[in-house]
Design a protein around this ligand. Structure first.
Ligand code: SER
Length: 320
């Protein structure tokens, strides 16, 4: 890839993926696209940024042609908990952006990355060391979109030769931009709350294990997969990746070791509880390790140290 369009660039992943891609491919070769005008303005401070509605097929196609794009990162999605509030809207946005991305990648000869998620799994999936290829019957509209996206990604590759690749992201922990509407958001929010208020109220059950990943590893995985030698790829859409897995109680206790005054309680959101309990406890990422050398660098302890440091700086600077 030489010229890249990041669609839905103003969210949690895009905010950090754009600068990461700029470092890898050159500042002028990465275009951030986002539907919200005020976010386009923020993005334009650090990169070329355009306003684009991914559901507008013609406008999306024009942007690809105008900027000579040959690689698309489609990050547009309503996340799991938010999707349950309005399933029809979630389907329309998540699948609309995906179908436009697939068809434009096919017509205009672009590689395409669209993340999948641990949300593609459901209650009937084996929860421990969830295999790469296994039962996928998600319980959320978000997950249904992710499974459909994985199948369509493989279909467009097989049938039309489109270079589609994807990973199943665990909950992403980061300090660039807060996530919104996800079930794993608690693992980000807690850091800001502990620094600002010394306490946190968690909506996810204390014993719900979920896979998580620190943003630097998520970014590394994305580019590493897109740059992988295609002849080694037996899978494409999508790879299990894993680096850490914990329950709320476990991470809160680890944070308390660093900040002894930290206290927390639970006010369970039944929607998030059902989702969290339906997702795997930890994924088996052997295929990613074998097919494109996935090898995460961040574990729970290093992540906590870094998050506390960066979040404290941001809170002190009045950014949160
Ligand atoms: N972080 C997402 C969510 O919680 C999962 O991909 O919805």
């Amino acid at each position: 890839m030489k010229r890249i369009l990041v669609v839905g660039a103003g969210g949690q992943i895009g905010t950090e993926l754009v600068p990461f891609l700029q470092k890898n491919y050159g500042e002028d070769n990465v275009i951030a696209a986002e539907v919200r005008p005020e976010v386009v303005e923020r993005l334009s401070e650090n990169s070329m940024a355009i306003q684009l509605d991914a559901l507008d097929f013609n406008g999306y196609g024009e942007a690809i042609k105008k900027y000579n794009i040959d690689g698309i990162y489609n990050l547009v999605a309503l996340l799991s908990a938010k999707g349950e509030l309005n399933p029809e809207l979630a389907w329309k946005i998540n699948m609309g952006a995906l179908m436009n991305s697939l068809n434009l990648a096919k017509e205009l000869n672009c590689a395409l990355f669209t993340p999948s998620s641990i949300g593609a799994f459901g209650n009937s999936t084996p929860h421990y060391k969830t295999p790469q290829d296994t039962v996928m019957r998600p319980d959320t509209v978000y997950g249904i979109c992710k499974v459909a996206g994985e199948l369509l990604g493989d279909y467009y590759h097989r049938r039309y030769g489109v270079d589609t690749r994807s990973v199943r992201f665990p909950g992403i922990i980061s300090n660039g931009c807060l996530p919104g509407g996800g079930t794993t958001d608690y693992a980000v929010e807690v850091f800001y709350e502990v620094i600002k208020n010394g306490r946190y109220t968690c909506e996810v059950p204390e014993d719900a294990y979920m896979d998580m990943i620190y943003m630097p590893d998520a970014l590394e995985a994305t580019v590493q997969l897109m740059e992988a030698d295609p002849s080694r790829l037996k899978h494409r859409n999508s790879f299990n990746i894993a680096s850490m897995s914990f329950t709320p109680e476990q991470i809160f206790n680890e944070i308390k070791k660093r900040i002894p005054s930290f206290t927390w309680d639970y006010k369970i959101d039944p929607v998030k509880a059902n989702i969290a309990n339906s997702w795997p406890d930890c994924l088996d990422d052997t295929c990613a390790r074998e097919e494109w050398d996935w090898n995460p660098k961040w574990g729970l302890q290093e992540m906590i140290t870094d998050m506390l440091k960066v979040c404290e700086e941001k809170v002190k600077a009045g950014l949160y």
